[in-house]
Ligand binder design. Structure first.
Ligand code: ZN
Length: 168
């Protein structure tokens, strides 16, 4: 599954990235139709809170409408509609640009402060943002949250939820 999140669901989009899903986040002022067209062209599910998007003829099967406000509620609601595995492939994508991360070379890792370098073993690198990522306390805390969502939201009930995509 690949996703396109509308602007109102940026935080949810970042967390889908953290879980390892290929997720684009729409930026400023693009029309509903443009977003839908991109989702269809790139085989992405368009996650939105904009009810108007459902009126498009080609919305069924592509547009996933959420009613949530808070992040946890959004994650729960999405899990009820799709079989999201929040522990799919954690932290393989850049949180900023969605690119796949690769192991950092020695040169790239050399930009890290000594204190951090001594504590980590395999930093990752985003070639687009030229940013080095490493497993620190922040990642641990995110991992715990992803694990919590996975165990709380993925009951047997939601495992069969795929069929509800087209039900709106
Ligand atoms: Zn990046």
């Amino acid at each position: 599954m690949k996703f396109l999140c509308d602007e109102m669901l940026q935080r949810l989009g970042s967390w889908l990235r953290a879980a390892g899903y290929d997720t684009l986040i729409a930026q400023g002022g693009r029309s509903d139709y443009e977003l839908l067209k991109q989702a269809l062209a790139e085989d992405r599910l368009l996650i939105t809170r904009d009810r108007k998007l459902l009126e498009h003829r080609r919305a069924p099967g592509t547009v996933i409408l959420l009613d949530c406000n808070e992040l946890d509620d959004c994650a729960r609601e999405l899990s009820q509609k799709l079989s999201i595995n929040w522990l799919h492939q954690p932290f393989v994508r850049c949180m900023v640009c969605n690119s796949s991360l690769r192991p950092a070379t020695e040169n790239e890792a050399a930009t890290l402060p000594e204190k951090i370098k001594s504590q980590i073993d395999s930093p990752l690198y985003c070639p687009s943002c030229q940013k080095v990522y490493w497993d620190g306390g922040h990642v641990d805390r995110m991992r715990i949250r992803l694990g919590k969502w996975q165990s709380e939201f993925n009951t047997d009930e939601s495992a069969q939820a795929d069929s509800s995509i087209c039900a709106h």
